[in-house]
Design a protein around this ligand. Structure first.
Ligand SMILES: CC(C)(COP(=O)(O)OP(=O)(O)OC[C@H]1O[C@@H](n2cnc3c(N)ncnc32)[C@H](O)[C@@H]1OP(=O)(O)O)[C@@H](O)C(=O)NCCC(=O)NCCS
Length: 170
């Protein structure tokens, strides 16, 4: 696990293309993953947020997680829109948990100004929701019918938040 660099953009693009090709996970569809999308979030998160990649023994990027601040001072303590992606061939082998635990560790230890992390997940992605809960996220809200999901069904978007625990405040 390491911080992402701008030079990782091509590898991260390949990763997101593969992950988005499987419906029901990432919000973006395959054709909405573009080099511009990747460059934009990478630049934003490296500059004003956090992006980490998981790299396997062969040097391939098999996972990525990122979130950033939105730019307003009142939300300066918030990392928002967290997105995590593990290559479909590598899912369910512990990469996602390692990556996300490291993300929280870096925020806790190296980003004392950050007190809150936000993400959302479609209600049918129950495995991902349980995963986030196991990392300390709490389901805080439900945006009804927000996601146009697989099979043309509208489903709720679950808003989740993580708060820095008082014990880890510096
Ligand atoms: C969700 C995701 C990041 C988890 O990473 P992973 O490497 O597959 O997960 P791990 O092997 O570390 O397992 C962590 C948890 O993720 C969940 N998980 C595993 N495979 C998953 C999958 N294919 N889809 C959703 N959740 C999955 C499991 O509940 C697991 O919990 P457990 O450790 O108690 O068994 C990854 O599966 C993924 O990229 N899925 C597709 C994209 C997506 O759904 N992103 C999140 C959108 S909100």
């Amino acid at each position: 696990m390491r911080r992402s660099k701008l030079e990782d953009a091509d590898a991260i693009y390949g990763l997101y293309v593969e992950t988005a090709a499987v419906p029901g996970g990432l919000a973006r569809c395959r054709d909405e993953i573009t080099p511009t999308y990747i460059h934009t979030f990478l630049r934003r998160c490296i500059g004003d947020g956090l992006s980490l990649v998981a790299v396997d023994d062969g040097g391939r990027v098999v996972g990525e997680v990122h979130a950033s601040r939105c730019g307003l001072k009142v939300f300066g303590h918030v990392l928002t829109d967290l997105t995590i992606s593990v290559h479909p061939a590598c899912q369910s082998h512990g990469w996602g948990r390692q990556l996300f635990e490291r993300f929280i560790e870096v925020v806790t230890e190296e980003m004392p100004e950050i007190r809150r992390i936000e993400l959302s997940a479609r209600e049918s992605n129950t495995r991902a929701i349980r995963f986030y809960e196991s990392l300390g996220f709490v389901a805080e809200g439900r945006l009804r019918g927000r996601v146009y999901g697989v099979g043309g069904r509208y489903e709720d978007d679950i808003q989740m938040g993580w708060l820095r625990s008082p014990a880890s405040e510096s």
